[in-house]
Design a protein around this ligand. Structure first.
Ligand code: QV4
Ligand code: CA
Length: 512
């Protein structure tokens, strides 16, 4: 009996751990704040041709519109209904994007904000992204509809009504996260409204959800909602496919609520990954790259098949959420390329790459005064399109890390080595390391302050390979460095510590 329950729970859970990525692709890119019309274009012109598996989109639900500060990015984390219009576009644009991305084999994952509605101080009126009326003070959201009966305030036991102590699991789940009106997800009615919202998106063709603020919801309530979700649409996915669920739980240790409580339901964001990888590449706290020989579960991270991993996300790249100073972002581009390269070469977890917009960073006493700034936009608040420059980079303040040659090529590397074991590890006891993925790929890092000059067993078949970091294979030649692998599998590597990018990567498809 006990065994039966275990099997049942495990089996059910595992189903929602599968991202259903197609064509042997592996990686998700978060196109933070992009318009639906731009994402549709990006799927067709860049993501599919370069082997990206899916896109995490910003919340599509109707949200509060704020003017002080002016149109912060985080207004989209304050829903006022589940109507599908936002700064990224309206419902028909959303539908068009989902269809066009599916057509080229790129999945869409929706950022679902279901723990709360807008902040308690959100006022009353039609200052919302679809123009729907709501009242934060009376807790009325007729667009759903929710009324004051549908919120948790009677359950919360803090005097402010807000979460005051993360050491108390009850208040973390039943009180307001930074004053956001907390939904009573234990109510059948609320579960039904949330499930209807997610099912509408599933029926439109999305592949799953990044579920926001899961630490603040009871796993049992999430389980009840998840049980009501439709299978993915048969138009794009195999019959019986369950939506991919990855839950945002920030678990860096030291709190009663742990990631583990959420494993049965789907994957969980592994926040330790970016914190530790940043510390290693920055060489802080005595960390060295050579210590990453047992990277992954060996570092105390969650089980491989539960993990969704990333170097930075939209919160911790600007000091929101948790993680702190060690996080590597596009502001440290040389380190970012190395850290993302390491993540994409390493077999642990489902990988997500961040694609950001630039803002006027202004750090005073460790806090960014402009951490609220929204995406590149016109004076009327509408988001600017993403223009593509002749050299394939993006203009108008869109950073497009996913288009950087080094990152784009490592996304391809991960696809090429998919399923191969971590192999042929080498290190110098310092910050020079190398590892392979069976006979399909090999990567070498030099994060020391002196040159790397070494002959290593790559495990690959003999021949000439193009390094995909300093360049790539272009027809019959390499645009960057060439690596000659002998018949024995050994190759000589020389990486200067002052190279633009002090790492080299080769794979089976970069062979001349
Ligand atoms: C403030 C005060 C409150 C006060 C209130 C008065 O902090 O104490 O009562 O004013 O009106 C914004 C403001 C915040 C403000 C709040 C409500 O920044 O100062 O409260 O709105 O008006 C994003 C931003 C938040 C933002 C929120 C809603 O990061 O700053 O809050 O959107 O707009 C924890 C959680 C984790 C969370 C992380 C940031 O465990 O789940 O914090 N991460 C996710 C998202 C994140 C999002 C939310 C959750 C909320 O990734 O982007 O927060 O949906 O670690
Ligand atoms: Ca809650």
């Amino acid at each position: 009996m006990r065994l039966f329950i275990l099997v049942a729970v495990f089996g059910l859970g595992l189903a929602q751990h599968n991202p259903h990525i197609k064509h042997g692709r592996t990686t998700i890119v978060h196109l933070f704040e992009w318009r639906w019309a731009d994402i549709a274009e990006e799927c067709e012109r860049f993501l599919a041709p370069n082997g990206f598996g899916g896109v995490q989109i910003s919340p599509p639900s109707e949200n509060i519109v704020l003017s002080s500060p002016w149109r912060p990015w985080w207004e989209r984390y304050q829903p006022i209904s589940y109507n599908l219009c936002s700064r990224s576009g309206n419902e028909s644009e959303l539908r068009d994007m989902i269809t066009r991305c599916n057509k080229v084999g790129v999945n869409i994952y929706v950022d679902a904000v279901i723990n709360h509605m807008c902040g308690a101080g959100g006022g009353e009126g039609t200052h919302s992204s679809c123009g729907g009326w709501f009242s934060a003070s009376r807790k009325e959201f007729p667009g759903v509809p929710y009324s004051h009966w549908d919120f948790n305030d009677n359950k919360c036991r803090t005097s402010s009504g807000n979460i005051e102590n993360y050491g108390d699991a009850n208040q973390v789940r039943d009180c307001r996260l930074v004053s956001l009106l907390d939904l009573a997800l234990e109510k059948d009615y609320v579960r039904g409204k949330v499930a209807d919202y997610l099912n509408k998106l599933i029926d439109m063709g999305v592949a799953g959800f990044r579920v926001d603020a899961c630490k603040h919801m009871w796993p049992g309530d999430l389980d009840a909602v998840s049980g009501r979700l439709h299978n993915l649409t048969a138009t794009w996915f195999p019959n019986g496919s369950r939506p991919f669920i990855y839950q945002e739980v920030i678990d860096l240790g030291g709190e009663p609520i742990t990631s583990r409580e959420y494993f049965a339901l789907g994957r969980v964001t592994e926040f330790k990954y970016g914190v530790k990888l940043g510390t290693v590449f920055r060489k802080w706290n005595g960390e060295k790259l050579s210590y990453t020989k047992n990277w992954g579960e060996g570092w105390g991270f969650m089980p491989n098949d539960s993990a969704l991993v990333f170097v930075d996300n939209h919160d911790n790249q600007r000091g929101h959420g948790a993680g702190g100073a060690s996080i590597v972002t596009f502001w440290d581009s040389r380190l970012l390329k190395m850290a993302v390269g390491y993540m994409l070469a390493h077999p642990y977890g489902v990988t997500r790459v961040m694609s950001s917009f630039r803002w006027n960073r202004n750090i005073v006493n460790g806090k960014d005064q402009n951490d609220w700034m929204g995406p590149p936009s016109y004076g009327n608040g509408s988001t600017k399109p993403v223009p593509i420059n002749p050299d394939q980079t993006c203009g108008d303040g869109w950073v497009c890390e996913h288009r950087w040659r080094q990152i784009k090529n490592m996304v391809i590397f991960r696809n090429v080595v998919n399923g191969q074991p971590h192999s042929n590890w080498w290190d110098n006891n310092g910050n020079q390391v190398a590892f392979g993925r069976g006979n399909r790929g090999f990567i070498v890092f030099n994060n020391d302050d002196w040159d790397l000059d070494v002959t290593l067993n790559t495990g690959m078949t003999g021949g000439t390979y193009c390094d995909v970091i300093s360049g790539q294979k272009d027809g019959g030649r390499c645009t960057g460095k060439q690596i000659h692998v002998g018949d024995s599998g050994y190759a000589h590597f020389r990486i200067s510590n002052i190279d633009e990018d002090p790492f080299v990567a080769i794979h089976a498809e970069s062979k001349l």
